[in-house]
Ligand binder design. Structure first.
Ligand SMILES: C[S@@+](CC[C@H](N)C(=O)[O-])C[C@H]1O[C@@H](n2cnc3c(N)ncnc32)[C@H](O)[C@@H]1O
Length: 217
């Protein structure tokens, strides 16, 4: 007999399709965004690990035509029918990605999203370590582009490095909440960090980044 969450899992898959979302994950962001008031109209949002584009659809709905949404992924993303949604194909570990983001946003970013996920091997410890590595890289990108007081949503899978990561993130934001959306599969150990109030100031790391680039150019 299927468990309640398995039944719900199928429900969320059908529901995402019915609403025209490109991914089931879109419903997770929708739930998080409503519960934690992640977006404001006109916000500038950077979505790391954005393919096939479900989170981009949700973010664009919230920020509207005055906002800006930038999606980054290793995979090609089919363009969305909005001129304020921009796509970058590339690896977040490639330093030129930050430069491309900065050129597109032209100023501080209000919200950084990371639904980044490695290709899962099925070996939990390995998958967890890779996920943490991706999340740390998302944090590094945030440091350069996010505004003071900005927000971040980070997907993680639970494992041995989780507590240290959480500790580190708590030092960078005024508040960090943990939430497992209803649309998450029961067997999944994924959890989302909702981080609010970036404590750093915009521009400091950007200056360092630009200086380093000038030196290496
Ligand atoms: C769970 S999917 C994202 C789903 C997306 N939020 C949506 O709703 O459509 C995770 C994505 O992370 C991307 N990814 C993994 N490693 C990456 C990297 N190093 N650079 C850029 N994207 C990466 C994968 O290609 C994959 O598309």
């Amino acid at each position: 007999m299927p468990t309640k969450r398995q039944v719900l899992g199928d429900f969320y898959y059908r529901e995402a399709k019915k609403r025209g979302f490109r991914s089931r994950s879109a419903l997770k962001l929708l739930e998080l965004a409503r519960r934690y008031r992640i977006f404001n109209e006109g916000d500038c949002v950077v979505d790391l690990g954005a393919a096939p584009g479900g989170w981009l659809q949700v973010a664009r709905d919230f920020v509207g035509s005055k906002g800006k949404v930038i999606g980054v992924d290793l995979s090609e993303i089919e363009p969305l029918p909005f001129e304020n949604v921009h796509l970058i194909k590339g690896d977040i570990f490639d330093p030129s990605i930050i430069k491309q983001i900065i050129e597109l946003v032209g100023g501080p970013v209000d919200v950084v999203l990371s639904d980044l996920a490695p290709k899962f091997s099925g070996i939990h410890d390995l998958d967890h370590a890779r996920q943490i590595e991706l999340a740390r890289s998302a944090l590094t990108i945030s440091k350069t582009i996010i505004r003071q007081g900005g927000k971040m949503v980070i997907k993680l899978i639970m494992g041995s490095e989780f507590d240290q990561f959480l500790k580190d993130v708590r030092q960078m934001f005024q508040s960090v909440s943990l939430y497992k959306p209803k649309a998450s599969r029961e067997r999944s150990s994924e959890i989302y960090l909702i981080c609010k109030g970036w404590k750093g100031s915009f521009g400091k790391d950007l200056e360092t980044f630009q200086n380093n680039r000038n030196i290496s150019n």
